[in-house]
Design a protein around this ligand. Structure first.
Ligand SMILES: Cc1cc2nc3c(=O)[nH]c(=O)nc-3n(C[C@H](O)[C@H](O)[C@H](O)COP(=O)(O)OP(=O)(O)OC[C@H]3O[C@@H](n4cnc5c(N)ncnc54)[C@H](O)[C@@H]3O)c2cc1C
Length: 276
């Protein structure tokens, strides 16, 4: 997969031209009993070495961006970096706290991506989704129950999202954007291959702190290693496999459980594994 560079290929890979194509793919998979997975930027997915059975659909062609006052409506395939660039230069503030999250809009919504400063759903007004029956619907924010790193979409595929932002000067927005980016660049291994945080933060604590204090920093399984810079990131030196990644996860989870009695839960998604 794109960020981690681990895992095999999809049995079928589909990239529809538009929302109707997304709906048709959803219907076709349901009719044929094929598993369907939606790929955003691939920055939070670990793919099995043997690949993924069924259909993987990427929404990169849904890349329109429209502004109306303080509202921005954007296709699921637009990158968060692209959305941030546009809103920044239009003097629309709010998304700076998401600077540096390597997501597409659909993936950021599905995961309710965020930082300690805030989350994606804070700015969502409505979402256009394709439901698993293949119907297209516009739903308001109140139709979802977003939680920590979970947009609560169920089976729905996001094709478009409308964000409501506030006005500010592009310079002030840029200053906050740069500060966020700088903080990220000094605390995370951003230039190495990873999927970001491997485990969710337990309530009131940080998974990275627990992993570090359980003595797991720089622990390694072949080509995959607990990052020196941030212990909740596992980095691939380009020779790692999905099996290495999973073995390292299990080892870290066991050591944290032994040291602190805390059961870490994965933040990453697993594709193509029978038992995850
Ligand atoms: C260096 C690095 C730093 C990171 N920092 C952060 C951070 O600060 N905060 C944070 O929250 N995350 C962070 N992450 C993790 C990751 O970027 C987020 O989880 C992000 O939201 C994933 O977006 P994506 O587009 O890459 O989605 P993917 O990884 O492709 O998919 C993630 C999940 O979303 C689903 N999905 C994707 N698109 C859609 C859609 N259109 N409709 C329905 N479901 C969909 C997928 O099926 C999958 O279940 C980081 C990752 C890396 C590599």
């Amino acid at each position: 997969m794109m960020h981690l560079r681990i895992g095999g290929v999809a049995e079928w890979f589909v990239e529809p031209f538009d929302e109707q194509g997304v709906a048709a793919t959803v219907r076709a998979c349901a009719e044929r009993g094929l598993a369907l997975r939606i790929l955003g930027g691939g920055s939070n997915v670990v793919v099995a070495d043997a690949g993924v059975p069924g259909v993987v659909m990427h929404l990169g062609n849904l890349n329109r961006l429209q502004r109306e006052g303080q509202r921005v409506t954007v296709g699921a395939g637009v990158t968060m970096a692209g959305l941030l660039r546009s809103t920044r230069s239009a003097g629309l503030a709010g998304l700076e706290k998401l600077t540096g999250i390597p997501a597409e809009v659909g993936g950021a919504v599905a995961m309710n991506a965020g930082t300690r400063d805030g989350e994606t759903f804070e700015h969502i007004v409505s979402l256009t989704v394709v439901e698993r029956g293949g119907g297209l619907r516009i739903l308001g924010k109140e139709d979802f129950q977003p939680r920590y790193r979970n947009g609560g979409l169920g089976d729905a595929v996001v094709v478009q999202a409308t964000f409501e932002l506030s006005e500010d000067s592009p310079d002030a927005i840029f200053a906050r954007f740069s500060a966020s980016l700088q903080k990220r660049n000094t605390s995370q291994p951003v230039s190495l291959r990873s999927v970001g945080c491997v485990f969710q933060n337990p309530e009131g604590d940080a998974a990275g702190r627990l992993i570090q204090e359980a003595g797991c920093k720089t622990l390694r399984r072949n080509g995959v290693q607990v990052s020196e810079r941030h212990a909740n990131y596992f980095v691939n030196d380009n020779s790692g496999t999905a099996a290495d990644f999973l073995a390292l996860m299990d080892d870290v989870r066991d050591r944290v459980a032994d040291a602190f009695g805390v059961e870490l839960r994965p933040e990453v998604k697993f594709w193509g594994f029978d038992d995850r």
